[in-house]
Design a protein around this ligand. Structure first.
Ligand SMILES: [Zn+2]
Length: 304
């Protein structure tokens, strides 16, 4: 059975580690992520964006995650990432997702509060927890585009949580979505995170937290990719953010790069091969490998 996201996050919060939120679109991603979690005895959150729902269909994604949780010895939650369309949010609640995100961060704070309250009411009726966002995270993710990062204000965050009753909060402390995260120095606003942590008692969420490992980018480029000017969040900044109170960390870009790079490599090395299982198995292995690295970085090994 799928696990309540709030329960695993509260446990992480109390014990100072973070749970990985990993975006899924297909079977091989689910299997790679879930194998990593089982290998390391770690709870995880599988997440579907509205883009993923559009690509694969919400029923397929729900069933993949539900089946993975049946076959696993570790807690697995299913989360709707960046819910903007109320119909998709309602569908996820109806199906039995563990949690949904309402992202109204680009609206005025009044509108954000109003929409978040509405989703909290719908979700809590079914025992489903809700992530909201205050401030804006930069970059591009599916249809979510934002040029500027608008840092989260600690005082407003406190009021927002009190007024909306959301269960965990995504904050903007300098990360961006996508592979190009920092025009200048790759640093997060750790001091601001500490200030938010003092005012907000619910679990805090870090979006746009891919590290974009240089070795992976080089490997992709070696096999014909043209990935340039990529900058991720340094691992040291992630560790510091966990120490400062982050307990859910969203990762998508690193998985995309790992998946695609493995396929490039496999096809280049085996030009006679035309069985999709051969290169998809490589992609799945690569996902397992990178998710294991993330679980170790987040400190959730043996926390099931
Ligand atoms: Zn995000």
């Amino acid at each position: 059975m799928l696990t309540n996201t709030k329960i695993i996050l509260k446990k992480a919060q109390a014990n100072h580690y973070a749970i990985g939120h990993f975006n899924i679109n297909n079977l091989e991603l689910v299997q790679g992520i879930v194998q990593a979690a089982n290998n390391l005895n770690s709870p995880i959150i599988l997440a579907t964006s509205e883009g993923a729902v559009k690509y694969a269909g919400i029923n397929f994604l729900y069933q993949l995650a539900a089946t993975a949780s049946e076959l696993s010895k570790v807690p697995i939650a299913l989360h709707l990432d960046h819910g903007k369309d109320l119909n998709v949010i309602k569908q996820a609640i109806q199906l039995g997702y563990s949690s949904v995100m309402i992202d109204a961060s680009h609206e005025t704070i009044e509108k954000n509060i109003q929409l978040t309250k509405k989703v909290v009411r719908l979700a809590h009726q079914k025992g489903i927890s809700v992530e909201a966002e205050l401030g804006t995270i930069g970059g591009v993710e599916d249809s979510i585009k934002s040029k500027n990062i608008l840092y989260t204000d600690p005082q407003k965050a406190q009021e927002f949580v009190q007024k909306t009753g959301c269960d965990f909060l995504a904050i903007a402390i300098g990360t961006s979505h996508g592979a190009y995260k920092f025009p200048g120095k790759a640093k997060l606003h750790q001091q601001l995170l500490q200030e938010i942590k003092q005012k907000v008692t619910i679990p805090l969420v870090l979006h746009g937290a891919s590290t974009v490992p240089l070795s992976l980018v080089n490997q992709a480029n070696h096999y014909g990719a043209k990935l340039t000017h990529f900058h991720g969040v340094p691992e040291s900044e992630i560790k510091q953010a966990i120490r400062n109170g982050i307990c859910k960390i969203n990762t998508d870009t690193d998985l995309r790069i790992a998946f695609t790079t493995a396929i490039r490599q496999s096809l280049t090395n085996n030009p006679q091969e035309f069985d999709p299982r051969s290169y998809l198995a490589e992609a799945r292995n690569s996902i397992q490998h990178i998710v294991e690295q993330k679980i170790k970085l987040f400190g959730s090994v043996n926390k099931k």
